[in-house]
Design a binder for this molecule. Sequence first.
Ligand SMILES: C[S@@+](CC[C@H](N)C(=O)[O-])C[C@H]1O[C@@H](n2cnc3c(N)ncnc32)[C@H](O)[C@@H]1O
Length: 363
Amino acid sequence: LANDVYKHNFPSTPLWAKTIEGITLKEFDKLSFDMILMSPPCQPFTRIGLQGDVSDPRTKSFLYILDILPRLQKLPKYLLLENVKGFESSSARNELLQTLATCGFKYQEFLLSPTCLGIPNSRLRYFLIAKLHQEPFSFQAPGQILTRFPDKDPEDLLKEKVTDKVGETSSSLSSEEKNLDPSIGPDCSSKKSLPKGAFLFKLETVEEMERKHNQDNDSSIQMLKDFLEEENKDMSQYFLPPKSLLRYAFLLDIVKPTCRRSTCFTKGYGHYIEGTGSVLQTAVDVQLESVFKHIDELPEDEKLMKLSTLKLRYFTPREIANLHGFPLEFGFPEKVTVKQCYRLLGNSLNVRVVAKLISILLE
Ligand SMILES: C[S@@+](CC[C@H](N)C(=O)[O-])C[C@H]1O[C@@H](n2cnc3c(N)ncnc32)[C@H](O)[C@@H]1O
């Protein structure tokens, strides 16, 4: 399906419907390519997954590339790899670094999110860029993983914003993303009288509320409304059904068009609710707090009536594509269902983050 979408958008680009292992060394040599861009299966490295790492069969295609690379007649000049956070501590990553060193590549690793570019979406990912036989990158920080894009003045970056343990320094990651690292607690020391971790309403703690509030007031990040479709479009299919509202209301990350944040959209979005991405409150004048306070004490029909006043809907595939940085010309073939669009977008990279990394690579 991903190939069909690719073909639809790039009809004149040759596309081989093959697995990587199905391409022989000879065929690779014939292609004589300059760049490898790869986003190999991430399940072996996710923190929720079983962390099979190099022994997971899904890592095979990646290991095949590592095996082929030193044996190519002509090495590519550039390489970019994307993966989930967690890849940086895998043996697959160590094998990659070893292969790059053997072949004479200079490399730099990053942990970046679209928030680094002022986009109101958290999608923290590991990236590695590498180039062949050249001077090191001007900003290169050996052994360290950068958590933001290098500045024009490389000195600035090295002075304060470099870390080898993500989350320990200030960076342009959103506070939510810094908090993903279990080694650091929420950075807002609460002076409120409520005990730390106490729920306010909707199972939200003081710390979470404060974090969201800070994100929404960070004017270096755009508002979600810049990424939304026109209001006059028929959105009826995107509104949350009553069953989901009743069952999952407390677990939803609810954002308004004026918010400057959204959580990572995964491939279960629109289908599974918990942790798959934010939902949009379209009744902007309704106070979340007034809806959720004491809602548990109400009978089901009244609960539903209250929750319905928020007019919650899913982000449309086009809106997620906008947040991912896809240009307006990008589209899905007609036969692709909404559910399939969400699945594909959940696998996607942020186009603007990758574009910026490629431009750094080619500088
Ligand atoms: C994490 S997803 C990355 C998807 C990509 N970022 C995108 O937006 O389409 C990993 C992709 O690797 C593909 N894949 C898995 N094993 C493969 C193999 N042996 N050869 C080629 N592709 C493979 C999967 O089909 C999946 O699309």
